[in-house]
Design a protein around this ligand. Structure first.
Ligand SMILES: Cc1cc2nc3c(=O)[nH]c(=O)nc-3n(C[C@H](O)[C@H](O)[C@H](O)COP(=O)(O)OP(=O)(O)OC[C@H]3O[C@@H](n4cnc5c(N)ncnc54)[C@H](O)[C@@H]3O)c2cc1C
Length: 552
């Protein structure tokens, strides 16, 4: 093994880092999922390249040594390794010597300002891109996610993740990819190869290229390593209005769904994505769990107490309007009209109430917050509203990360700016199925979640996010105490139950965790057989990201 590591050291740039001490490996073996991955040698080293040349050298070496059992190693690329709930930075399969290719050191950014095209290397985080764009005049939005400032832009698109700015579908906004296939061959699109100009800009402006579309082969796959990606950024609007609609009665969910569908199809491009969240989900984001170490779901009485104190309704709709002053004004008026058909209260961020409330809070002496709880509540809600607005405007923050700490004993002791779920030992898995945007199906789904999760003492927390008017993905965070073996077992069984019985009802996950990738996919189905043929062509020595979306 030492030999394989010394061979790696020989091919890397002298500024690259190669770590193989046990202490250095610890963070890479850590995840929120509670997976035990001890079937083989596992992670033996970490390579942090100095430049993209190092990526090519490492892949070439892995291919060269692949037939020598004593030296053979496989390569697992990560960008920031914060794939919390889906595997974090852990390799999908560990039955070989794994070298983690940690691309977080590659942080170059190129900007074609007049066209709003940004080209980022894998290590560029949401915060870095945000700071960069602010420095360039603050005219464009970062495609942020709830995972927050420290996560890579590129790898979220590689996972086909989504957010709630107008560029909801993150891979959808990607126009060009550069990288290496597993066999070491360099990749750029055919347009880039044909273009003889010095700037080679047209490739960045046109997603589909010429000939077969190969950029997509880098996503949810193990065929290659992406070393840069161009993204068409959404422009910051002249006017932005976010809205929160509180639906007091659970039974109004169906009608709310129909109205959301209408808003999204009537105002496509003006209204970003819309989130529909149930009461428990909202409480888990904003309330403190009174008994985080208890492995059981909240009682109805507790929910009532918490939701009364936080004034949480059965369902909450959250969305935003992006446009010119005139367009936003008209659309806001029409949306108000549409939702007035529902028994609900509507709050818009440009309402006169906000500056007044903010002034009142600002001038209230601190001691009064202790004595008048409602003031403290208003203060918290205004702060949350501001932080939610930031995300919708493409400014990353850690607001959503609190959710991962719902069953964490020391949640209150960790400062909001320090939240880092895997480092802090949070237990979290995601169930993220696509659900047909149809009220009857969505009700069936809600009933399914509410019946299944509590059987395993998992809180049923429901969010629906519209990726389009006709496409909704639901995220169910399975939150558990990672230090309690029974809770870990229950969480895994809960997710398995949801996935397997969900498939029978037509609920299919849009993204899988590293464990599901090993047992859910049928290697003999026509789809995966074809995928395996592509894998063999691009990775004949089987050296890259073994087991990632690749059943054998
Ligand atoms: C509270 C909370 C909220 C979240 N909200 C969201 C959300 O709103 N939207 C969302 O999508 N996710 C969300 N997540 C899930 C997850 O944390 C994010 O998707 C995160 O961005 C993924 O981690 P990463 O970017 O560090 O990817 P990494 O861990 O670096 O990589 C993810 C996968 O991509 C592969 N990969 C990475 N880089 C490359 C490369 N250069 N070439 C080839 N393959 C590569 C890796 O092998 C790995 O399997 C959330 C998580 C939490 C805890």
């Amino acid at each position: 093994m030492t030999d394989c590591i010394s061979r790696i050291a020989q091919v890397l740039n002298k500024h690259a880092s190669l770590l193989s001490n046990q202490d250095d490996l610890v963070p890479y073996n850590r995840g929120t999922e509670g997976f035990s991955n001890n079937s083989g040698e596992g992670i033996v080293a970490i390579v942090k390249p100095y430049n993209t040349e190092d990526v090519s050298c490492l892949l070439n070496l892995a291919n060269e040594l692949s037939s020598i059992p004593d030296l053979r190693f496989t390569v697992n690329p990560i960008s920031t390794g914060l794939n919390w709930g889906y595997g974090t930075s852990q390799p999908p399969r560990c039955n070989s010597r794994v070298v983690i290719l940690d691309l977080s050191s590659l942080t170059n950014i190129e900007f074609t300002a007049d066209l709003g095209l940004i080209t980022v290397e894998p290590g560029v985080t949401q915060k870095q891109l945000s700071d960069f764009l602010i420095g360039q005049g603050d005219s464009f939005m970062v495609p942020v996610t709830g995972a927050g400032p420290s996560c890579s832009i590129l790898s979220n698109a590689i996972e086909r993740g989504y957010g709630i700015t107008p560029n909801t579908d993150h891979f959808g906004a990607v126009t060009a990819i550069h990288g290496y296939w597993a066999n070491g061959t360099k990749y750029t699109s055919a347009i880039n190869e044909l273009d003889q100009s010095e700037e080679k800009i047209v490739d960045k402006t046109y997603k589909w290229g010429v000939g077969p579309y190969l950029d997509g082969l880098f996503t949810q796959s193990n065929f290659g390593v992406a070393t840069s990606m161009t993204i068409r950024l959404a422009k910051k609007p002249e006017k932005f209005v976010s809205f929160i609609i509180r639906v007091p009665s659970d039974s109004d969910m169906e009608q709310a769904t129909l109205l959301i569908r209408k808003v999204l199809s009537d105002y496509e491009g003006i209204v970003g994505s819309i989130n529909l969240m149930d009461k428990r989900r909202l409480l888990s984001m904003f309330a403190d769990n009174p008994s985080p170490s208890e492995h059981k779901v909240m009682s109805d009485e507790l929910i009532k107490t918490l939701s009364d104190s936080l004034q949480t309704s059965d369902w909450t709709i959250m969305g935003s309007i992006y446009g010119t002053e005139g367009v936003a004004k008209i659309v806001k008026k029409e949306i108000k009209q549409i939702f007035s058909q529902l028994n609900c209260s509507q709050i818009y961020s440009d309402s006169a109430i906000f500056p007044i409330a903010n002034k009142v809070i600002k001038w209230t002496p601190n001691f009064l917050f202790k004595h008048i709880p409602v003031l403290s509540l208003v203060k918290k809600q205004l702060a949350s509203f501001e932080r939610g607005k930031e995300i919708m405007l493409g400014r990353p923050n850690k607001m959503a990360l609190k959710l991962a700490y719902w069953r964490h004993k020391d949640a209150k002791k960790i400062k909001p700016e320090d939240l880092s779920p895997a480092k802090d030992g949070c237990g979290l898995l995601w169930y993220a199925p696509l659900v047909t945007m149809n009220p009857t199906v969505m009700r069936k789904y809600v009933e399914f979640i509410r019946a299944t999760c509590p059987k395993y003492n998992i809180e049923p927390l429901v969010t629906f996010t519209n990726l389009k008017h006709d496409c909704v993905d639901s995220t169910i965070p399975i939150i558990f105490d990672l230090s309690n073996p029974q809770a870990v077992e229950d969480a895994h069984n809960c997710l398995k139950d949801l996935v397997l019985n969900g498939l029978k009802l037509g609920f299919v996950p849009y993204r899988l965790n590293i464990d599901q990738q090993q047992w859910l996919l049928d290697a003999n189905s026509p789809f995966w057989q074809t995928t395996n043929k592509i894998k063999l062509a691009l990775d004949p020595n089987q050296i890259l990201n073994i087991g990632r979306y690749n059943p054998q």
